[in-house]
Write a protein that binds this ligand. Structure first.
Ligand code: COI
Length: 348
């Protein structure tokens, strides 16, 4: 792999105690180009602007996908990337649904490791901090005919980050707007799934909420996701989360949490459709013990209020509850304070 190092590191300009999520980028990036049916070998070079023409395909038709993953500073001084192969595979799931070329998993793994290794000084050492890794791919042909792009660019940039949400999260059960529909692209990380959500989120913000809980497109009866995260509830003594479908993103944090909950017998787990009515009734009866979002950026984000048709239900966020316990299990595994029996960390 060709590596061109920067001659002017920006590392000394970064205040690691005051990071705003996704606003600062490390010294290097990885780039690969696809044309004539194959990918060029990835190359690492100094982070900087890309040049494109006004007719670049993705600006018009949005064949654009991304991933979110993290590298951690571990207790023994090693760097560990959490489950990179799972992200490589999910990127290819998104690529295939968006009619984009898959990127070789070995090149992804080799490239991301080389990139993070080169910028290892950028991985924050503070607790609850990490280097957020943002692989993305877009159609880069120069034409505006409405047909798939023929050229694509894959890029990975990285950003040192602290906690995503400052505090607890107040969410509104959304009954007007929809994130995804049957037969659609809800299970992918295509850019449009996020761009299309901003309006609904802003409406909820104007009503005093942090985020929305997405419900099904047909009747708004089923809980699906929360903001950019998967969602789970502790009702009575059971953890319940909606099953994966073509409308729900297969969250890697979600899957990791389910694995830990099951393997460690932390709580009874049910992956099943969950109705809005069931959550509201449990909240009214005091049986909704906890609710939280699960995602790469926020990891676990406890929800302290759920709004439904003008009523706000207060949800407990106990410091010794399940959300905090699972967060600790994950954090310990990632920092090396606990064993990693699954081999989830790619360490170097
Ligand atoms: C995640 O938490 O997994 C995300 O995708 C968040 C990102 C859109 C900032």
């Amino acid at each position: 792999m060709k590596i061109t190092k920067t001659t002017q590191s920006r590392l000394k300009d970064v205040d690691f105690s005051n990071l705003v999520f996704g606003t600062q980028f490390s010294d290097h990036m990885l780039i690969a180009e696809y044309s004539d049916g194959s990918w060029s070998e990835p190359e690492i070079k100094p982070y900087g602007p890309l040049s494109f023409t006004p007719a670049m395909h993705t600006l018009h038709y949005g064949q654009a996908i991304f991933e979110g993953q993290k590298a951690y500073y571990m207790e023994n001084g090693e760097i560990g990337i959490f489950r990179p192969e799972a992200n490589a595979k999910r990127l290819n799931h998104s690529a295939s649904r968006m009619f984009m070329p898959e990127f070789p998993v070995e090149w992804f793994m080799e490239g991301i490791k080389a990139l993070v290794d080169l910028d290892r000084e950028w991985v924050p050492k503070e607790a609850n901090h990490s280097l957020y890794l943002r692989p993305f791919m877009f159609g880069s042909s120069e034409f505006v005919a409405a047909r798939p792009s023929e050229k694509y660019t894959l890029c990975i940039i990285t950003s040192p980050v602290g906690p995503y949400y400052a505090g607890d999260v107040k969410v509104k059960i959304e009954e007007t707007f929809t994130r995804s529909a049957a037969g659609g692209v809800g299970s992918t990380k295509c850019a449009g799934n996020y761009g299309g959500a901003f309006y609904a989120t802003d409406q909820a913000r104007k009503e005093g909420y942090t985020q929305v809980i997405w419900t099904d497109h047909a009747n708004h009866e089923l809980i699906e996701e929360s903001g950019t995260m998967n969602i789970g509830f502790i009702i009575d003594d059971t953890f319940i989360t909606p099953p994966l479908s073509e409308r729900i993103l297969a969250g890697i944090t979600r899957e990791s949490i389910l694995t830990l909950l099951r393997d460690r017998n932390i709580v009874k787990v049910e992956e099943r459709p969950i109705k809005v009515d069931e959550v509201v009734k449990a909240a009214q009866e005091g049986r909704l013990k906890e609710a939280f979002g699960m995602g790469t950026a926020a990891v676990i984000s406890p929800i302290n209020v759920i709004g439904y048709r003008g009523t706000d239900f207060k949800i407990p966020t106990p410091m010794d509850g399940y959300a905090m316990r699972i967060k600790k299990e994950l954090t310990d595994l990632r920092s090396g304070a606990a064993e990693d029996p699954y081999g989830w960390m790619l360490k170097f």
